[in-house]
Write a protein that binds this ligand. Sequence first.
Ligand code: H2U
Length: 347
Amino acid sequence: MNAFSLNEHPHRRLNILTGEWVLVSPHRTKRPWQGKIETPARDLRPSYDPDCYLCPGNLRAGGEQTPVYQNTYVFTNDFAAIMPDTPEGELQEGLLSAKGEPGICRVICFSPDHALTLPEMSEKDLEKIIDLWQKEYAELGSLPFINHVQIFENKGAIMGCSNPHPHGQIWAQRSLPNEAIKKSDRQKAYFEQHGKGLLGAYLAQELEAGERLLLQNEHFVALIPFWAIWPYEAMIIPIRQQQHIGQMTADEKQAFAAILKALTVRFDNLFETSFPYSAGIHQAPTDGQEHPWWHWHMSFYPPLLRSASVKKFMVGYEMFGEAQRDITPEQAAENLGRMPSVHYKNL
Ligand code: H2U
């Protein structure tokens, strides 16, 4: 039998941030990379859609009017999953446990232009979105009943996004949700044992290895994590350890905007389509405590596997066992790393 190889043999990889394992089956992708299979129809949208509730001046479903905004616009979700006036309450009956959960859901319009997406916006405009993310994290996080602020974007109908107008969401709540608990606990344990941050140490190892790196600028790195579940899952990590996005300097904010654009342009170029994903920023809890182990990062979970329409399903074994992937993170980094820096619509 050959010596064990990550490129040849089925194996499991550990996600150091969550403590969960992913099964990798590289032998199933022996065929060479064939690139895109078909060229999808170009997604041509008008800059203004009279039926879009996020376009400036239009009515939302609840009857409120969206103002004529210039850059970004934030409002409380009309169909919020969590609400601030939720009564205190707890249920404990034998093995049944439940607890009231107060919170706030907001929707953020990234641009008044209905036709745009993040990779097609200028770095300056992306900085304005980052400004708003910073403001919302600080404002929502300062509320006494908010201990966690989740900023995210669902992009593309395939991800359940309800409207192509460029927008994201924020769910802020009293409790730490499952993913945040896992990442908090693992970073804390590492910090207490090693006296330094987990993600900083991981970043140093990835910079040394090089094979999963996608992009790098003065202040940020974009890479495919060693433990990626989704075919082209990626992370943007600030090089300097910061607990939350409010700690960025002006230079770092510019660099974040630059790498955000650069990564999403490459995503779009991969299958010459507006690349769908769920992206989210994980950062320290807003409970007023110090969290010196936290190193914020932005994760992208894109579902596409081989073309604009061939998607990976998380079903079967993955529901009952654990996540599994065929193409290795290293192959994914190679494919994505080859993509041009100019958006395909501008080539
Ligand atoms: P997506 O990011 O999944 O597209 O969700 C957009 C949110 O916008 C969704 O949570 C809200 C929905 O509740 N929304 C409003 O708040 N007002 C509206 O008029 C329509 C949609």
